[in-house]
Design a protein around this ligand. Structure first.
Ligand SMILES: Nc1ncnc2c1ncn2[C@@H]1O[C@H](COP(=O)(O)OP(=O)(O)OP(=O)(O)O)[C@@H](O)[C@H]1O
Length: 296
C-alpha cells in the first residue's frame, strides 16, 4: 500500500481563457512523486468541486489542489472547511484573489513547487448569511457586477473593467443600517465589502491592510460614489493604498449585521448569490488549512 501523503487535483475544465496547455501532463511531470501519491479528477458541473473535495477529505487526503479560478478555489475550500486536509491552488482563472494573497506563483511550474514544498498554515474564513467565503463577500455594487458578469459570455479582466466603467454611472446607493463593533450606523451604501483577504483578485486591493490570519474581517464602506471618488478609489485599489475617508471607510471586526428596507444583491468570493434585506456576516478564525510559500 502507498503510505505517502495523498493529493487530489481537482481540475475545472471551464476555468480561465482557452489554453492549449495540458495541465494534467505538467502535474505528472513536476509533482514530487517521491513525496506524494496523487490522482487527477475533473469537475462535471458547477458545485461538483465541493463534493470532490469533501470526499477526498473524508478519505484522509493530505491536500486537495484547486486547479481553476476563484470560483473553483471557493468551491474546493468549502469542502475542506474545518478538516485537516489542506487547500492548495494551481491558479487558472483571471482574478486569482486567494492565490495572489497567499503568494502562490501564477504559473503552473511555480505553483507546483509550492505544492512540493508542502508548507501549511491556517487561515480565517467568513460567512455571509451562511454562505462561506475566503477572499471577499459584499453587498451593493460589487455584487451587482458579479451578477452581470455571471450572465456575460465574455470573461477576463478586460470585460470586467469595461463592465465596471459602464455600470458605475448608473448604479445608485441605498440606505442601510449597519451594526458593527457595538455601534449602529445609518448610512448610504454603494458598496459594503467584507474582506478576509486584501484583494478582490487581479491585485485590486479593496482592503489593503487585511490580514487573513488575524481573526478579523476588514470592512470597507463606500457610502456614495461620484466620478472623482471613483477615480480616487480605483487608484488606491490598484496601488494598494488606503483611500481617504471621504471615498471609503474601513473597520476591523469579527461580525457585522446589516438591515435595509430594500432587497440588495450580495456575493461571496465574486459569485453572485441573490438578494436579501438582512445580512449576517461572521468570521470563522483559522478554519481552513492552506498550502502557501510563507506565512501570508
Ligand atoms: N464542468 C463544469 N462545467 C461548467 N461549469 C463548471 C464546471 N466545473 C465548474 N464549473 C463552474 O465554473 C465557474 C467558473 O469557474 P472559475 O471561477 O474557476 O473560473 P473563471 O470564472 O474562469 O475564473 P475567474 O473567476 O478567476 O475569472 C464556477 O462557478 C464553477 O461552479
Amino acid at each position: 500500500m502507498d503510505t505517502k501523503p495523498h493529493i487530489r487535483f481537482i481540475i475545472n475544465p471551464k476555468s480561465g481563457p482557452k489554453s492549449k496547455v495540458d495541465v494534467a501532463a505538467r502535474i505528472k511531470l513536476h509533482l514530487d512523486h517521491s513525496k506524494y501519491s496523487h490522482e487527477i479528477v475533473y469537475t462535471a458541473h458547477a458545485g461538483h468541486a465541493t463534493e470532490l473535495a469533501q470526499t477526498a477529505a473524508g478519505q484522509g487526503a493530505a491536500m486537495v489542489v484547486a486547479v481553476g479560478g476563484d470560483g473553483t478555489v471557493s468551491e474546493v475550500a468549502r469542502g475542506l472547511l474545518g478538516t485537516e486536509t489542506a487547500l492548495a491552488i494551481l491558479p487558472r482563472g483571471s482574478g486569482n484573489g486567494l492565490a495572489r494573497h497567499l503568494q502562490v506563483p501564477m504559473n503552473i511550474d511555480g505553483a507546483l513547487r509550492v505544492i512540493n514544498q508542502g508548507q501549511s498554515t491556517r487561515i480565517d474564513s467568513g460567512t455571509i448569511n451562511g454562505h462561506p467565503f475566503f477572499t471577499t463577500a459584499g453587498i451593493g455594487f460589487d455584487a451587482y457586477i458579479s451578477s452581470v458578469f455571471a450572465g456575460n459570455k465574455k470573461r477576463g479582466l478586460k470585460t470586467y473593467v469595461e463592465l465596471v466603467l459602464k455600470e458605475v454611472r448608473y448604479y445608485k446607493h441605498l440606505p442601510v443600517k449597519v451594526s458593527i463593533n457595538g455601534n449602529t450606523l445609518d448610512t448610504d451604501c454603494f458598496v459594503l465589502a467584507f474582506a478576509n483577504a486584501a484583494q478582490y483578485g487581479n491585485n485590486a486591493y479593496i482592503a489593503p491592510l487585511a490580514d487573513i490570519r488575524d481573526g478579523l474581517l476588514d470592512v470597507c464602506l463606500v457610502r456614495q460614489l461620484d466620478m472623482f471618488k471613483a477615480l480616487n478609489l480605483s487608484y488606491c485599489m490598484l496601488t494598494k493604498q488606503v483611500a481617504s475617508p471621504d471615498s471609503a471607510e474601513y473597520f476591523k471586526t469579527d461580525s457585522v449585521d446589516v438591515e435595509t428596507d430594500h432587497r440588495i444583491m450580495y456575493h461571496a468570493d465574486g459569485e453572485f448569490i441573490g438578494h436579501d434585506s438582512k445580512f449576517s456576516v461572521r468570521l470563522l478564525p483559522l478554519s481552513l488549512k492552506v498550502i502557501t510559500l510563507e506565512k501570508p
